[in-house]
Design a protein around this ligand. Structure first.
Ligand code: SAH
Ligand code: F3S
Length: 483
């Protein structure tokens, strides 16, 4: 894994594979579904929705064992070449399972599906269904179509490939999200219209479309009623949110945050990801006005060099980013900042890289997702000349990661003696008298307490630093339950 430091809970490493976790029984008569999720938090969210959908429509329950499943779904990522390569090696393993069990159904969704379409079935003919990020709600019908043609001769079968972008209808067909614990993700917009020169997202997920305001608010109110206390709003560029209101007007992202903060029970608000261009003064005011907004921001910048930013088509300069962060730190001096960096973009010189390194030191990032540039077919940057040796790029990446890791360690150390607001999430597995929660800056905080406090917020004084991501503390104040 090339990601350094620890994994903040609001942002998931794009290089990790996760298996959507089961909440089920081992009864052999029950049909079982296995989902492998690659990539970002949007994919994580989508995988949970797929499980909800097939659970509701066909009674499938999740299993964490692919050998045990009746249906295997791979939710793919194409952000970097490495991620894309994983798809076919993973499918190769599933092919063997299908040879042992011809009734096994295999589906491929996500961004590689979107980009490759029926090429997937050309390379892997044992794949039964291909669907995109915006058509996953049609999975139950696809599955029915598949079952209906199982017995048909091969030439009479229609190909089950649906990777269209049918606006935002997806959400009208998804069942109510199931709630586990006190945190939930809520997708507020899909796609991206920024077309950075290196990025496949606008092509695989389509252009930005926002969910209507009332739908988002109703979903969050429902989650709060079921005990959720922390909401993470999700989208490729959440601050590009333009949700239609019931009256046909447009609600912006800061307006949405203000409305969400009024929902009883919501004690903490996060979001990911946002774009520096639309990081508006109004959004900064939300940090001043809304105590639910965490003092932690993931704001991708990609490079600390204006030349590189221009070649990336990010449409802003470094000064714009620096000014916005300065304004933000004025209203929230304790703000923890994280970002994404692409190292070794075509044409990045030693001087450009030195600017990036200096920028990282100046801005004092807490953590980052940083990767060597990966050429993506069909993106404008893939035509740019690139003569930087791969080893030079890797060395630069290691330097960036070292600087940010040290900063991260310093930030954890600086928590000693400070008071953190913590969402108490569970009783420790090791000791029933110890509670575990998360601070605004995503560090885990443990302290002595009562199991009945789980789900509430508390002010904890930090008394000991254990690891980069784990600190101990003592209770100063237990907030009343916000519901
Ligand atoms: N909406 C976000 C980015 C989402 S994509 C934004 O505003 O920037 C997630 C991250 O993947 C990007 O921030 C970028 O750092 C990385 N990424 C995208 N395309 C890449 C490529 N071709 N090579 C390496 N990293 C890439
Ligand atoms: Fe990709 Fe740039 Fe959008 S990085 S997701 S095109 S903001």
């Amino acid at each position: 894994m090339t990601v350094q430091t620890f994994i903040p809970s609001a942002v998931k490493a794009a290089s990790e594979n996760t298996v959507t976790q089961p909440t089920h029984t081992t009864d052999v008569s029950i049909k079982k579904l296995y989902i492998e999720t690659q990539g970002c938090q949007m994919n994580e969210y989508d995988s949970h929705r797929m499980a909800d959908l097939l659970g509701d429509s066909h009674g499938y329950v999740l299993t964490d064992n692919p050998n045990d499943a009746d249906i295997l779904l791979m939710n793919t990522c194409s952000i970097r070449e490495k991620a894309q390569e994983k798809v076919f090696s993973g499918l190769g393993r599933w092919r063997k399972l299908k040879e042992q069990n011809p009734d096994l159904v295999i589906g491929v969704g996500g961004c590689v599906a979107s980009q490759e379409g029926d090429n997937i079935q050309k390379r892997a003919p044992y794949v039964d269904m291909v669907f995109g990020p915006q058509t996953l709600h049609r999975l139950p019908q696809m599955l029915d179509q598949h079952q209906a043609q199982v017995e048909k001769p091969k030439k009479e079968k229609i190909k089950l490939v649906d990777i269209s972008f049918p606006d935002i209808e997806k959400f009208d067909f998804l069942p109510e999200p199931r709630v586990e614990g006190f945190k939930a993700f809520v997708s507020i917009m899909e796609g991206c219209s920024k077309y950075c020169s290196f990025c496949v997202v606008p092509y695989t997920r389509g252009e930005e479309v926002s969910r209507p305001l009332d739908d988002v608010l109703a979903e969050i109110a429902g989650l709060a009623e079921k005990g959720v206390r922390e909401i993470s709003l999700l989208g490729q560029n959440v601050n590009g949110y333009r949700g239609e209101t019931f009256e046909g007007e447009i609600c912006t992202f800061p307006e949405l945050l203000r409305l969400v903060a009024e929902i009883p029970g919501i004690g903490r608000l996060r979001y990911t990801t946002s774009h520096p261009l639309e990081f508006s003064d109004d959004l900064i005011q939300c940090y001043r006005d809304l105590p639910q907004m965490v003092s932690h921001l993931h704001l991708p910048v990609q490079s600390g060099s204006n030349d590189v930013l221009q070649a990336m088509k990010r449409n802003h300069t470094i000064d714009v980013y620096i000014d916005k962060i300065a304004k933000l730190r004025k209203v929230r001096p304790d703000m923890h900042l994280s970002s994404d960096f692409i190292i070794g973009f075509p044409g990045e010189t030693d001087e450009h890289f030195a600017e990036t390194l200096q920028f990282i030191k100046d801005l004092d990032f807490d953590h980052s997702y940083s990767f060597v540039y990966s050429k993506r077919p069909g993106t404008p940057a893939s035509d740019l000349p690139d003569d930087t040796p791969e080893q030079v790029k890797k060395d630069r990446l290691a330097q960036v990661q070292q600087v940010i890791k040290q900063s991260s360690i310093d930030k954890t150390d600086a928590m000693l003696g400070k008071v953190e607001r913590v969402l108490i999430e569970k009783v420790s597995d090791k000791d029933p008298n110890v509670l575990v929660g998360t601070a605004d800056n995503t560090r885990l905080v443990t302290f002595i307490g009562d199991a009945t406090w789980v789900g509430r917020f508390a002010e904890i004084e930090i008394t000991e630093i254990k690891t980069l991501n784990l600190v101990y503390g003592e209770l100063l104040n237990l907030e009343p339950d916000v519901a």
